[in-house]
Write a protein that binds this ligand. Structure first.
Ligand code: SAH
Length: 212
């Protein structure tokens, strides 16, 4: 019990100092960040740093994103609650949990089975029933359940993958880091026969691996 309330306290501080102070306003995002126990998604030896203002290693050369970036990307999708969302790069499963708190259904794709399996275990233990997992190459999306209201990608390709744009509903949104040496978060809005791209902030993500 003691540990539980200590982590709730740390989360509250994280949300106030790292998220609200930097301009995130979406109530749904703030509530989700207050609820999800981030410390359960980082390796045990990193637990002390779970609520700090930085990305952390999660094994296999991958990282769990900085809390602010998770909040920023989620807010950019302007979710209202009924959506079906595709996530590429399950990683630790933390961003997956944030999405699952807010929307109706989350479809999440991870290339590395070790990471996907670990995330599945934690997310099931936490009781989420609205998440479907796929192990595979997310640069092709997950066509079986398309189209999606929104797509969140947490690994960076050199250019926006066409397959992902095609799996968005008309007026659907995708937030994705794009670039190699220099990366930016790009917000893509799908239109009927075209799409809009808006460049937001500079970021650093692991590369989206493409399998040929
Ligand atoms: N949102 C995650 C971020 C993990 S880092 C978190 O906060 O924990 C990005 C993840 O994308 C890594 O787990 C990496 O293995 C995965 N990845 C890289 N290329 C991929 C691809 N082509 N398809 C699916 N996942 C991919």
């Amino acid at each position: 019990m003691k540990e539980k309330s200590a982590s709730a306290e740390e989360r509250k501080k994280m949300v106030e100092l790292q998220i609200i102070k930097r301009g995130i306003k979406d109530k749904k995002v703030l509530e989700a960040m207050n609820r999800v126990p981030r410390h359960l998604f980082v390796p045990e030896e990193m637990r002390d740093l779970a609520y700090s203002d930085e990305p952390l290693p999660i094994g296999e050369g991958q990282t769990i994103s900085q809390p602010f970036i998770v909040a920023y990307m989620t807010e950019a999708l302007k979710l209202s609650g009924g959506e079906k969302v595709l996530e590429i790069g399950t990683g630790s499963g933390y961003q997956t949990a944030i999405l699952a708190e807010i929307v109706h259904e989350v479809y999440t794709v991870e290339l590395l089975s070790v990471l996907s399996e670990r995330a599945q275990e934690i997310l099931k233990e936490l009781g989420y029933k609205n998440i479907k997992f796929l192990i595979g190459d997310g640069s092709r999306g997950w066509p079986e359940y398309a189209p999606y209201d929104a797509i969140l990608v947490s690994a960076a390709p050199a250019t926006v993958p066409r397959a992902l744009i095609e799996q968005l509903k008309i007026n659907g949104r995708m937030i994705i880091p794009v670039g190699t040496d220099f990366q930016e978060l790009v917000l893509v809005t799908r239109k009927k026969d075209s799409w809009l791209e808006e460049r937001l902030i500079g970021v650093r993500f692991v590369p989206l691996i493409t399998i040929h």
